[in-house]
Design a binder for this molecule. Structure first.
Ligand code: SER
Length: 321
């Protein structure tokens, strides 16, 4: 493997912020450059290694950064998520498709390795909802989903046509305690914890029987690193691996949280995001990821909830929530 000089786009986001710290621990802090855009970086993100601002739509600047820092690997986490994407589909296309295209073109010229996450949003009403197969019908109804299908296809095209090393997983909803997600449909599964820990009543924006596939952040980070360190020649798929860790309804999450915080109360008032949630799978078949690069999650619902509550309670007591 090459020497690993890493750039992370979207480094101030929910996944990017924790991925940056994990990669700095693994490859050395000077070798991992965090790039953010609009969100303010946390203190730890700025102080633990190089931090720069940049827009993935600006190809010239992106190329300059990649040259200047001698980057060979990019974790491309910058994206507009599903709910925000429905409010501004043009922006969603611009950032998600043109940003990725810029990066793939630079990767083609400079032989970069790219991690480009996809999402359960590539699926749609025509897709089997239970145990959704790896290779199946992709009929997304959100612009976010459309851009993620484009991303998967573009990634595979660059692998086949130019031999570029592009890899990616279809993330389910990601639950985490460090940085709040921004503008996704699965955000309720994170917000619920914050309200519960603060002793506040939560109004959930999907119905209580809405079931979606989910994953806890340590598994999310593990999957990215493990896929990027896998033997490329052994992969049959590249930029579109199904992965999952658990599936639960919003009500089941409420009940699990109540085991730790019995006074927690939650009501359900679905908004436009209900329809998006209903267009996505309830559970995922990730056997290809398991076979091709050894994927296996560590956290189920019970373990995830326990850890989330411990972490957030500590933050709350320290006045950091
Ligand atoms: N969590 C994302 C969203 O809800 C799915 O990839 O938009």
């Amino acid at each position: 493997m090459s020497k690993q000089r890493v750039l992370i786009t979207g480094a101030t986001g929910q996944i990017g912020s924790e991925l940056t710290i994990a990669l700095r621990e693994r490859y050395g802090k000077e070798n991992v450059i965090a790039m953010g855009h609009r969100r303010k970086p946390s203190e730890v993100l700025e102080s633990s290694g190089p931090y720069i601002t940049g827009d993935v739509r600006d190809r010239e600047k992106l190329e300059k950064i990649i040259k200047e820092y001698d980057i060979d690997t990019v974790y491309h986490m910058a994206a507009i998520l599903s709910a925000t994407g429905e409010k501004d589909p043009q922006l969603c296309w611009d950032v998600n498709v043109n940003g990725l295209y810029n990066l793939l073109e630079i990767a083609r010229e400079r032989n970069l390795r790219i991690f480009c996450p996809s999402s359960i949003a590539v699926f749609g009403p025509g897709t089997p909802k239970e145990n959704t197969p790896q290779d199946t019908i992709l009929t997304p109804t959100t612009m976010y989903g459309v851009t993620k299908v484009v991303g998967e296809l573009l990634g595979e095209y660059y692998v086949q046509k130019y031999g570029v090393d592009v890899r990616g997983v279809r993330y389910p909803g990601i639950i985490s305690s460090e940085t709040l997600p921004g503008g996704g449909t699965t955000d309720y599964a994170v917000e619920m914890f914050y309200y519960a820990v603060k002793g506040e009543r939560y109004t959930c924006f999907v119905k209580e029987d809405t079931v979606l596939p989910m994953m806890y952040m340590p598994d999310c980070i593990k999957s990215a690193i493990q896929l990027m360190e896998a033997d490329f020649s052994k992969l049959k798929h590249h930029a579109n691996f199904n992965i999952t860790a658990m599936s639960f309804s919003a009500k089941e999450l409420e009940e699990e949280i109540k085991k730790h915080i019995p006074d927690f109360s939650c009501e359900y008032k679905p908004d436009f995001r209900q329809k998006i949630a209903e267009s996505w799978p309830r559970s995922i078949d990730d056997s290809c990821a398991r076979e091709e690069w050894g994927w296996k999650p560590d956290y189920d619902l019970e373990r995830m909830v326990k850890d989330m509550i411990e972490k957030l309670t500590k933050k709350y007591r320290e006045g950091r929530l």
